[in-house]
Design a protein around this ligand. Structure first.
Ligand SMILES: *[C@@H]1O[C@H](CO)[C@@H](O)[C@H](O)[C@H]1NC(C)=O
Ligand SMILES: *[C@@H]1O[C@H](CO)[C@@H](O)[C@H](O)[C@H]1NC(C)=O
Length: 416
């Protein structure tokens, strides 16, 4: 383990935290295709059983987004007011565009740039005769909208949440259930904002939609993806993201991170693909009531998630709808600086994937998972919420849902 990694392990448990893949391109305007995908129909067949996953080394290529600039403060950062954070700059690939790309938007030139990077990597490979398959992927990592567990954690405070309430399915008065937490009305609103923002970006910035969508099997991520991308598919096609077991939030103890059965997922989201990932078993066998996954284990799981995607998916623009903890560790796995996301927020990253020669290994480090922390002496679990907010949970939830209570410093409010 390298030192920065160990440093990260001292960070406390992540709390219930998203990912997604299709071909749709706004790019054919004026008859010039800004994408030069070698094989646009090269779709994916994730996890055909028996298929081996490759391992890759990932590098975040910086200099494209404000979010990968150390000078950018994640607090208060709003991707909807900053064109997704895309830095307005020229690319060397602009010269291969008609009129040097002067009539194109920043997003169109950037997408063309990614295609050129992939084309050049392909040429290098053919030239050297090596089988190494370097590729560049633009990932849109989206966090689910506000869920009931987010409201409950805020209400009780994270200490009482982590040592007690997170292990319950609901509050004692049944105001809300937070096992496999669903989105609150506020969370649905946030996903609708993300949907409006994509529509705005498509129209004003001529951005192309992701070609592939992956999503965590937890309900709040599935619903966020559904609301965000459901009506954006070309020709009104059904939205068919691939549900990936490894995209789920850090697991164990917290019931919000215990998923429902595949049968339930299929009943809620009939068009979603639940049979592509062999790890997605009917029942949740990953979640453990007594032990919680460590950040270290979650980071390895996120790298493997990306391995399984990159092994099969030749697309360049990939969406993953997941969770705060999972995305934080995902960013760590690809060497991106820390960047916290509010509920409903999206971060784009450009990643270079270089194949490693070692085969995939299967680490089982459940012996390192951790038990629930002890509640501090003197913490009154009966009254902790009322003490903090001078109101009951029901009133608190109503305040969050009617917009009078702001529960996150960096909540994604959206403008479009
Ligand atoms: C998913 O989205 C479709 C339309 O895009 C909608 O009809 C359906 O109600 C949504 N399902 C859920 C569970 O949100
Ligand atoms: C919003 O909810 C809070 C808390 O329940 C309540 O006090 C307030 O009157 C509500 N405001 C509106 C505008 O509905």
């Amino acid at each position: 383990m390298d030192p920065p990694f160990l440093l990260l392990l001292t960070v406390s448990f992540v709390v219930c935290g998203l990912l997604e893949v299709t071909d749709f391109s706004m790019s054919s305007q004026k008859g010039f295709d800004i994408h030069t995908d070698p094989d646009p129909s090269a779709g994916m067949e994730i996890g055909q059983s028996g298929e081996k996953e490759s391992r890759y080394k990932y590098t975040t290529i910086t200099g494209y987004f404000l979010q990968d600039d150390p000078a950018t403060d994640p607090f208060g950062f709003d991707f909807t007011k900053t064109n997704f954070g895309l830095i307005d700059r020229p690319y060397d690939s602009d010269t291969s565009l008609p009129n040097n790309g002067r009539e194109l938007t920043g997003w169109q030139r950037f997408e063309h740039h990614i295609s050129k990077l992939n084309q050049d990597a392909q040429k290098t490979r053919d030239g050297s005769g090596k089988s190494a398959d370097v590729s560049y992927k633009l990932l849109f990592l989206g966090r689910h909208g506000n869920g009931f567990h987010n409201v409950a954690e805020r209400y009780y405070g994270n200490v009482a949440w982590d040592c007690y309430f997170s292990a319950l399915d609901s509050d004692k008065d049944n105001v809300m259930t937070w096992s496999d937490a669903h989105l609150t009305k506020e969370g649905i609103r946030q996903a609708q904002e993300a949907n409006k923002f994509w529509k705005h970006q498509i129209k004003a910035e001529r951005i192309s939609l992701p070609q592939s969508y992956y999503v965590s099997p937890l309900d709040r991520a599935l619903e966020t993806a559904n609301v965000t991308f459901g009506d954006l598919q070309p020709d009104g096609a059904a939205f068919r993201p691939i549900v990936m077991e490894r995209a789920r939030e850090g697991s164990g103890i917290h019931t919000c991170d215990r998923r429902s059965s595949v049968t339930y997922i299929k009943s809620r989201f009939p068009t979603f693909i639940t049979d592509a990932d062999p790890l997605l078993t009917e029942d949740d066998t990953y979640w453990d009531p007594v032990y919680r996954e460590t950040n270290e284990a979650l980071t390895i799981r996120q790298a493997k998630l990306l391995d399984s995607i990159v092994t099969k998916d030749k697309n360049e623009r990939i969406s993953i709808t997941a969770h705060s903890g999972a995305i934080a560790m995902f960013l760590h796995a690809i060497g991106h600086q820390k960047f916290g996301l509010g509920t409903g927020a999206v971060i784009p990253v450009l990643v270079k994937a270089e194949p490693l020669s070692q085969p995939a290994d299967f680490i089982d480090d459940r012996d390192k998972w951790q038990t629930i922390p002890k509640c501090p002496v003197g913490l009154d679990l009966e009254t902790v919420g009322v003490q903090r907010w001078k109101m009951g949970l029901k009133e608190f939830l109503a305040g969050v849902e009617n917009g009078t209570l702001q529960i996150e410093e960096m909540a994604f409010k959206g403008r479009h």
